[in-house]
Design a protein around this ligand. Structure first.
Ligand code: KG4
Ligand code: ZN
Length: 336
């Protein structure tokens, strides 16, 4: 087989990223420029600032990626880019960079769904075995996705309110932990004990949906009640209690869906898949299930990056999916 090289671009939120991927499952180069320092003082991502940084950096990031891969555009087979979902102004920078490169060098353009990308980060770890179940947990999404073949995504459960990462970030704010809260709450949780009683939101018995806003409110109420009574809350214990609730529900629903649907593999994807509590919980739950393989992405590929877009783009390329010069950013894009 000839080598297939995909240049991938990702700018959906606050990372300016590009990568060169070989044959869909090998990283040749992967550059991620985080804007976290610029957004930190605002306590969250400011869309206008994100767009401005992407404009300033995208050309340099792509150049650096090609240099590190030691390839020229002439050797690239196709340009993959995140079409959505994400911040519209941020997406547009990546999409326009991809269109310009594709047009100038006569290469096909492959539009990629950001969540498909997160799922395909696992392809650098293991070949996919279908049917598989992906637990997607990011700042904007919490979903259980059934895949029966490459490039096909069936959302069997999703959050009805906050995403898991969003709940982490909001709880972090209540505990005065700086942005991005998720990783810091995770670290704090391992220094405490789950001594505070918090709800597990299971919803209807057969539902694969999630809800985290009630848990978030319970955390906020716990803090306010303690303040009013003049009592001290141990942040480590509150973080441990919150994490225990999130992990129990995520693991419980994933295990039930995996068994119920008879899948061969379970993958985790998205920023929250870096969570140590979640990884340990899933590893323990699947340790004795010899017929289901648990796949976790390397920590370097859990956050937003372009390598994952290249992995998903390579499959889309083989399946003949192409964009054209009318391609736009699609902030509310559905995973199908
Ligand atoms: O996938 P991602 O980088 O961006 C989106 O596509 O949304 O996910 C970012 C989210 C943030 O909410 C961040 O706080 C959360 O992932 N996150 C974590 C951890 N690392 C990142 N949440 C919990 N524990 C972590 N270790
Ligand atoms: Zn993401």
């Amino acid at each position: 087989m000839n080598e297939r090289l995909i240049l991938a671009i990702e700018t959906s939120c606050d990372e300016t990223a590009a990568a060169v991927i070989k044959n869909g499952n090998e990283i040749v180069s992967n550059v991620v420029l985080s804007q976290i320092e610029s957004h930190k003082r605002f306590g969250g991502v400011v869309p206008e600032i994100a767009s401005r940084h992407h404009v300033e950096e995208i050309t340099l990031v792509i150049e650096e990626t090609l240099n590190k891969a030691n390839v020229t555009m002439a050797e690239i087979d196709a340009v993959a880019v995140t079409e959505g979902p994400g911040l519209v102004g941020a997406l547009l920078i990546g999409v326009n960079a991809a269109k310009a490169l594709a047009f100038a060098h006569g290469k096909p353009i492959i539009p990629v769904h950001h969540i498909a990308g997160h799922i395909y980060a696992n392809r650098f770890v293991s070949e996919f075995k279908f049917p598989l179940l992906a637990l997607v947990v990011s700042g904007g999404h919490t979903e259980l996705v059934l895949m029966k073949e490459h490039g096909s995504f069936e959302v069997i459960g999703e959050t009805r309110d906050d995403a898991a990462g969003e709940a982490y970030d909001k709880v972090a704010r209540v505990l005065n932990i700086p942005y991005p809260g998720g990783p810091n709450v995770d670290r704090l949780a391992f220094k405490g004990q789950p001594t505070i009683s918090l709800p597990r939101i299971w919803l209807e018995e057969n539902s694969y949906d999630f809800s985290f806003s009630g848990l978030k409110s319970a955390v906020i109420n716990t803090v306010h009640n303690a303040e009013q009574r003049g009592e001290e809350i141990v942040p480590e214990n509150l973080a441990a209690s919150f994490q225990a609730s999130v992990v129990e529900v995520l693991v419980g629903k994933t295990v039930r869906a995996a068994k119920g649907l008879g899948v061969k593999q379970v993958l985790i994807a998205g920023g929250v898949s870096a969570n140590k509590g979640l990884r340990l919980g899933l590893e323990a739950a699947f340790a004795n299930m010899t017929d289901i393989e648990l796949v976790v992405p390397p920590l370097s590929l859990t956050g937003d990056n372009a390598a994952m877009i290249g992995a998903a783009g390579a499959i889309a390329y083989e399946q003949g999916r192409r964009g054209n010069m009318a391609l736009n950013g699609n902030p509310g894009m559905e995973l199908i």
